[in-house]
Design a protein around this ligand. Structure first.
Ligand code: NAD
Length: 499
């Protein structure tokens, strides 16, 4: 049985806490590795190494820091297949989807090559007699991030690429479900020339997270995961005086207007609802057709598309639509919620409960489900299912559909399908959700924009990647200066060449 390690101060280090978690192969249901769960003493070692290494890294000029990321991007491209294979094996997502996971993170690293430009401060010449004012952005010091299982490459890169580009040291506590790719990413950063101690991976669970939250040296904490844990980390981290950004769960609505191209909308819903087995925070889990006729037509178009989906392990080929969910517990939870939908009176028009795959009976596969006539009070509407389950909630008007998405406690992503510019514009303007798609089902912004939800989907002021990330990982210092020669009466201010 493979025993995974931590990556501390440039070395693979065995766990010493004596506690381990199983890393599963979700396609077969077998344990394929054990990951160590760090205790506070192990976290302390990583923090001390980060603290020792960080000042020298912050003193490296930003262009040289950016060059390390340039090299890292090359190495990601070199090892793309190897990384995607490791990712699919632990997560269960298809091979092309695993490559997409790496690619979207790689694009954040590419964006952070702009560090010299992004870190430039501001200057006001002659703000008063002989007075100049300037501001600079300085690294925070030791920073940390806690990431979920569903994007084990992209989400760590959302955090560590800007953190490192800004001159911080970064400690990653990845998900214990799929820790191999984060470890591989740390190795590649060192191969790219990052000094020891600047990126470290400390595996673990709540104990390691608490060690981060209560460590006085760690200046900032980034978190992506479920809302209850996001709330805990935000509250605890802020109370410890840290800078914290936390991203939580989602229930993303897609509104389908009567004038929409319904074939396009149905294709989009199937990809966005069932891709990655619904384990995406930007998955569409609620379809809101406007008008009974739209709903009936949409349902007729969805059913054959859903019934055609190919559900199999990633090894079955690139035409697999989605693979298993991550754990047995996730599989059971999804099926439990499906049962509540049936019990509470929703129409289960595609029933995936009996799905089983020959040769993979112990894998964590879940067949696709489509519910119609779902109402606001049902558990399947209120709860994030995080599985291949799409709920149709019929609305009689645009205002009713908009109100549904507005009233839901989550506000991560949403989409509208329409040919009418006025409706699309009104929707984008009024909706209280952070990321909006107009005829785009999964509106994940690219690396140079920022990513973030509203309401119970995000806590904190600044979004992930894009310009916000350079703000999150730096502090602004503003200097107001007056030189004696500048205030002499009748004197002249001689601006000298810098040595
Ligand atoms: P999770 O909340 O179970 O775990 C996330 C991280 O928190 C992991 O590293 C885990 O080890 C740690 N953790 C778990 N329990 C903890 C506890 N009690 N105390 C401290 N730390 C704890 O989430 P997950 O199942 O890995 O990921 C799925 C969730 O993440 C979904 O809710 C999904 O919507 C959300 N997500 C959100 C975004 C976003 O940008 N909003 C992106 C991806 C995933």
């Amino acid at each position: 049985m493979q025993e995974l390690t931590h990556f501390i101060n440039g070395e693979h280090v065995k766990g010493t806490s004596g506690r381990f978690a199983d890393v599963m192969n979700p396609a077969t249901g077998e344990v394929q590795a054990k990951v160590p769960l760090a205790n506070k003493a192990e976290m302390d070692i990583a923090v001390a190494a980060a603290q020792a290494a960080q000042p020298a890294w912050a003193a490296v000029n930003p262009q040289r820091r950016a060059r390390v990321l340039m090299k890292f991007v090359d190495l990601l491209n070199r090892d793309m297949d190897k990384l995607a294979e490791a990712l699919s094996r632990e997560h269960g997502k298809t091979f092309p989807d695993a490559k997409g996971d790496i690619q979207r993170g790689l694009e954040v690293a590419e964006y952070c090559i702009a560090a010299p430009q992004m870190l430039k401060g501001e200057y006001t010449d002659a703000a008063g007699p002989g007075i100049d004012i300037y501001s600079m952005r300085q690294a925070l010091g030791v920073t940390a991030g806690i990431t979920p299982f569903n994007f084990p490459a992209m989400i760590p890169m959302w955090m560590f690429a800007p953190a490192i580009a800004c001159g911080n040291a970064f400690i990653l506590k990845p998900s214990e479900r799929d820790p191999s790719v984060p470890l591989m990413l740390a190795e590649l950063l060192e191969e790219a020339g990052l000094p020891k101690g600047i990126i470290q991976v400390v595996n673990g669970d709540k104990e390691a997270v608490d060690a981060i939250l209560f460590d006085p040296i760690i200046q900032s904490v980034g978190f992506v995961g479920s809302t209850p844990i996001a709330e805990y980390i935000y509250g605890t981290g802020c109370a410890q005086g840290k800078r914290v950004q936390c991203f939580g769960g989602a229930k993303n609505h897609m509104i389908i207007m009567p004038d929409a191209d319904l074939d396009q909308a149905a294709d989009a819903l199937v990809g966005a609802g069932y891709g990655a087995a619904g384990e995406r925070c930007m998955a569409i889990s609620v379809a809101v057709p406007v008008g009974e006729e739209t709903a009936d037509k949409l349902r007729d178009k969805l059913i054959p598309r859903i019934e055609k989906l190919k559900i199999a392990p990633y090894t079955a080929g690139d035409d697999v639509d989605y693979g298993p969910v991550v754990t047995k517990a996730a599989q059971e939870n999804i099926l439990r919620l499906v049962q509540t939908g049936v019990d509470q009176g929703a129409d289960l028009v595609v029933d995936g409960r009996d799905f089983s795959l020959q040769g993979y009976e112990d894998g964590f596969f879940v067949g696709p489900h489509l519910f119609d006539n779902v109402t606001k009070d049902m558990d399947i509407y209120k709860t994030e299912i995080f599985g291949p389950v799409l709920s149709m909630v019929r609305a009689q008007s645009y205002e009713e559909a908009l109100g549904l998405a507005m009233d839901h406690e989550y506000g991560n992503g949403t989409a509208i399908y329409t040919r009418d510019g006025d409706t699309a514009r009104d929707f984008a303007s009024r909706i209280n959700v952070g990321m909006v798609g107009v005829n785009v089902p999964i509106p994940v912004p690219l690396a140079y924009h920022t990513f973030g939800g509203w309401k119970k989907s995000a806590f904190g002021d600044l979004n992930q990647h894009g310009p916000d990330s350079f703000k999150f990982y730096t502090r602004t210092k503003t200097v107001t200066s007056r030189w004696p020669s500048g205030i002499k009466e009748g004197g002249e201010f001689h601006f000298k060449q810098m040595d």
